[in-house]
Design a binder for this molecule. Structure first.
Ligand code: FES
Length: 281
């Protein structure tokens, strides 16, 4: 029997290396396949359920408060010198139509910052996309074509660091609002809502400074922390950012709640449901 050999030129040619895929594909992992399939005996579903309800409630409330409350129900976002954090800084040119909420002009920054946050990504991937719902818990096979954050649309998550830079703009104005609210009509006051505004902006500052990207901005890309005075300073700052970063999840939730509560109390004050007990001098 004669065998057909490949031409000599073909034998000499080195095997061409396999082309890497255009973007990585999510590995199957070792978890059982199938939605919620798991051997875990603990109540793994509690955390994603709380996240789904809590985060969903915040999104609904913030949409209602920023888009509906004032234009439809005429509940002001400003009362007795207190400005709702959803509307700060207030950008309201005269040509803005009555139905257009000024919150839209600024809210895209904190929303973009939160949506692309590393912690929130993990939280909502689990709670809403069940991708996977928890460690070692099966997910639906519809995710087999998921290409991580290396392809559209999730590649957009990588703009997080730019949202971090932008986030300092509303943060600056929120501090300004809290200080300006200390004085109304020539009288100094320390009220409950004013104190809450300070607490809120302090929590938001903690949330921003504990950001993973911020930690990288401060201490990343450095080969030597002890080689210069400047590098040493960055090391000290990086240490503090690292300490804050350990608690990023707590900053995220505490600031989320404080924003909503501050807004709610200002609205209730505006329509006279509550007062603002304050020391005035
Ligand atoms: S990682 Fe959460 S705000 Fe940056």
């Amino acid at each position: 029997m004669t065998s057909i050999a490949p031409p000599a030129a073909q034998l000499d040619r080195p095997a061409s290396p396999a082309r890497p895929p255009a973007s990585p594909i999510k590995p199957t992992g070792t978890a059982r396949q199938g939605l919620f399939a798991t051997r875990r005996p603990d109540a793994w579903w509690i955390e994603p359920t709380i996240v789904a309800i809590g985060f969903g409630a915040f999104i609904l409330y913030s949409l209602f408060s920023s888009l509906v409350w004032e234009p439809v129900f005429h509940v002001p976002y400003e009362a007795q010198g207190y400005l709702s954090p959803f509307f700060s800084p207030l950008i309201k040119p005269d040509w803005l139509p009555w139905w257009f909420s000024p919150a839209i002009l600024i809210l895209w920054i904190p929303l973009g910052f939160r949506t692309t946050c590393y912690y929130y990504r993990k939280a909502y991937y689990r709670a809403y996309f069940v991708d996977p719902p928890a460690c070692a818990v099966g997910e639906p096979t519809i995710h087999s074509r998921y290409r991580l954050e290396a392809a559209f649309p999730f590649i957009l998550q990588n703009i997080h660091r730019y949202f971090l830079y932008l986030a300092f703009i509303p943060l600056f104005f929120l501090w300004l609002d809290a200080f300006l609210a200390l004085r109304q009509e020539g009288v100094w006051r320390i009220g409950v809502i004013g104190a809450l505004m300070f607490l809120n902006v302090a929590l938001l500052t903690g949330y921003s400074l504990s950001c993973h990207s911020f930690r990288h901005v401060i201490g990343g890309k450095m080969d030597c922390f002890s080689c210069s005075r400047g590098a040493l300073l960055r090391y000290r700052a990086w240490e503090r950012a690292t300490w804050l970063n350990i608690h990023h999840l707590r900053w995220a939730w505490a600031s989320l709640i404080s924003v909503a509560v501050t807004d709610l109390l200002i609205r209730l004050l505006a329509i006279g449901v509550i007062g603002d007990p304050a020391l005035r001098f």
